[in-house]
Design a protein around this ligand. Structure first.
Ligand code: AKG
Ligand code: FE2
Length: 379
């Protein structure tokens, strides 16, 4: 049903003609547009083993004694060197707020398509509503709809609220307020997480906190409609987050999978918790010591799945450069200095983020730098 809603657009006509019948999903027969059918090597199989990630008690880390701190940093260090995923509990974020976020998502994504389309994300832009029928790709399409919002960690900024009122519509301003509050709570939380990561890595506690204090981040709401033949497609294709740290809140439906030791593993939702993962930009800040890991989301035939991701990103003028003390312990320096908008531009316009994003980014960045230095002076 939700798929019908994703297809009730002019752009979908061509795709409708490419629909092919697929026999026996959870229902007797189902139809999955060809563009959503992923090659066999990517398809999800039943029964992915669970990834055993540490559950980190943030309250204990912040208020605990020496041994609580030592335990939290040791577990985080171990997980981040291996795959970069851990679960955060006792994090202090009001779960009633997260419940309201999910209610707003239900309200938004079940609106008629033409209402959602008003806030359509344009090519090269970072914010707004997107689904695969209006997206930039034509094959291996993800089975989902998203709404991406700008969060600016500036004392008086109401960036999220303003975006919703202006681009989504003033009639949804109540949702904007909820997402704004959520952004603030998760931005504050992210500063505690980078403190924990800094300590785990052995850099002064304040270092990363200062770097991200004025973060310019992204909130992404993911809505995965049920799919009658879920094994043919993916909700979010395999990728590494190009951003710094991701704070993910999943509803009660499983779907998140992480590629570790040559195998896909699931991280099922656990109540009142967030899944945290390291993105490419934080990996660069640690000179590659902490890993940004390949992950994806699978869909199911029974129910909608929703997740909310807060992608922590540095302010536009901050130079991403691993601290000397980290490089000295893990030489040589492995990443070029860059600012986040450069990597964002590459992944929004030219390159679909995967596990080789940096291999594409490094020569591209060099080209951009030399184009800028050889350009004739402006008159
Ligand atoms: O929905 C999920 O569980 C994962 C989503 C994700 O990886 C992303 O939005 O980057
Ligand atoms: Fe992701």
């Amino acid at each position: 049903m939700a798929m019908k809603c994703m297809m009730s657009t002019g752009e979908s006509k061509e795709m409708k003609s490419k629909l092919h019948r697929v026999e026996f999903g959870c229902s007797e027969e189902s139809m999955v547009p060809e563009n959503f059918v992923w090659p066999d090597e990517f398809k999800a199989r039943d029964g992915a083993p669970e990834l055993h990630v540490p559950h980190i008690d943030l309250h204990k880390f912040l208020n605990g004694n020496e041994s609580d701190i030592e335990e939290a940093t040791r577990l985080v260090d171990e997980a981040c060197r291996k795959h970069g995923f851990f679960v955060l509990v006792n994090h202090g974020v009001d779960m009633e707020l997260m419940k309201r976020v999910h209610e707003c998502m239900d309200e938004f994504f079940t609106l008629p398509f033409d209402v959602k389309q008003k806030s359509q994300r344009k090519f090269g832009e970072n914010y707004g509503y997107a689904n695969s029928f209006i997206g930039r790709f034509s094959n291996n399409l993800p089975w989902k709809e998203t709404l991406s919002l700008p969060y600016v960690a500036n004392h008086n900024s109401t960036s999220v609220q303003d975006f919703v009122s202006k681009c989504v519509g003033p009639e949804l301003s109540h949702q904007g307020k909820v997402y704004q509050e959520c952004g603030k709570a998760l931005s504050d939380l992210s500063l505690k997480i980078v403190e924990l990561l800094g300590l785990s890595l052995g850099v002064p506690k304040e270092k990363f906190k200062k770097f991200y204090e004025d973060n310019d981040s992204i909130i992404r709401l993911n809505y995965y409609p049920p799919c009658e033949k879920p094994e043919l497609t993916l909700g979010t294709g395999p990728h590494c987050d190009p951003t710094s740290i991701t704070i993910l809140h999943q509803d009660h439906v499983s779907g998140l999978q992480v590629y570790v030791d040559d195998e896909w593993h699931s991280i099922p939702p656990t109540k009142n918790s967030f899944v945290i993962n390291i993105g490419d930009t934080f990996m660069a800040l640690t000179n590659g010591v902490y890993k940004s890991c390949f992950h994806r989301a699978v869909v199911n035939c029974k129910e909608v799945r929703k997740s909310m991701a807060f992608f922590l990103c540095p302010a536009a003028d901050k130079v991403v450069r691993a601290p000397d003390e980290v490089v000295e312990k893990n030489p040589p320096r492995k990443f070029p200095d860059y600012t986040w908008p450069m990597l964002l531009e590459l992944t929004q316009k030219f390159y679909r983020a995967d596990s080789n994003t940096f291999q594409a980014f490094i020569p591209w960045l060099e080209k951009q730098k030399s184009a800028n230095t050889t350009a004739p002076p402006a008159l």
